[in-house]
Design a protein around this ligand. Sequence first.
Ligand code: L14
Length: 344
Amino acid sequence: MPLWVKFMLKKKSSYVVAVVGATGVVGKEMIEILEERNFPVSELVPLASERSAGERVTFRDKSWVVKKLSKDSFQGVDIALFSAGAERSLEFAPSAVTSGAVVIDNSSAFRMAPGVPLVVPEINAHAVVGHAGIIANPNCSTIGMVMALKPIHDAVKIKRIVVTTFQSVSGTGKEAIDELAGQTVALLNFRDIETKVYPHQIAFNCLPHIDAFLENGYTKEEMKMVNETRKILEDESIGVTATTVRVPVFRCHSEAVNIETERKISANEVRAILSSAPGVLVYDDPKKNLYPLAIDTTGKDDVYVGRIREDESIPNGINLWVVSDNLRKGAALNAVQIAELLIQ
Ligand code: L14
């Protein structure tokens, strides 16, 4: 028996679904999306740290008590959606798998582990087969970018990607949302600011620093974009280089993406290809001042692409502006879509 058969989800009419980090920004979004998409949930098991245990979450007009996350939390759980940070995932995901659950993990803990599928359903749904209990959800910025690039890669093969991100604070969590709001109000009232979550003031500022710095001078967030992109596109030959920047935006990540392709492709051809790509919406009419904006993509499922131009500095190059909701397609929606693949 191949190993993955052992971990295959048994088909049922409905499933016990645990959400780890149920009171967090992404956890809440997961619960909302499970409801919105009518996922067959027989029982919701909201889990969180000691601090949030006892709180309540609403799911299908019913109030569910959040329980304290422990290694015994997963008895009888079919699917466990984890979004409580890499440390929690490392500590508790193995217990969930041992209890018989399939884990869909939103953290960076297992993404690059060999044998752990890293999945964006529109792109590499086939990769879920072969999991050994854990399936990883890619980084929010990686998901938006590969959604826009995979159809182009299929058409003309991408050789190199240069990306700069403009990332909102919501991915960091509720404290970061409060920090941006609090600093903004304080500064407009000529008061001193507090800086707790980020190393510098985020209000009215841009921080070229997301996640920890590595020996090579890049941040972990930048290297996630490099390594995850290659794993998802199943192409180690693509060159990827990234600069990830935190901006004073609450929700949605924007990305300036420059690609060099093997064969020539025009801006119009890119528009045509992306127009028929599932989960991608071309929003590109500069004459009418139409281009993707973080404030417009909030709450949307699609990845919005605009400002599509030929890079006139090289023979085969394209520039794009990609915006997506980091909490939805960048996190909770993609995780629920993976769960949908498992029960198909
Ligand atoms: O999934 O925006 O690896 O501060 C880590 C950084 C999620 C977002 C990940 C942020 C990201 C987070």
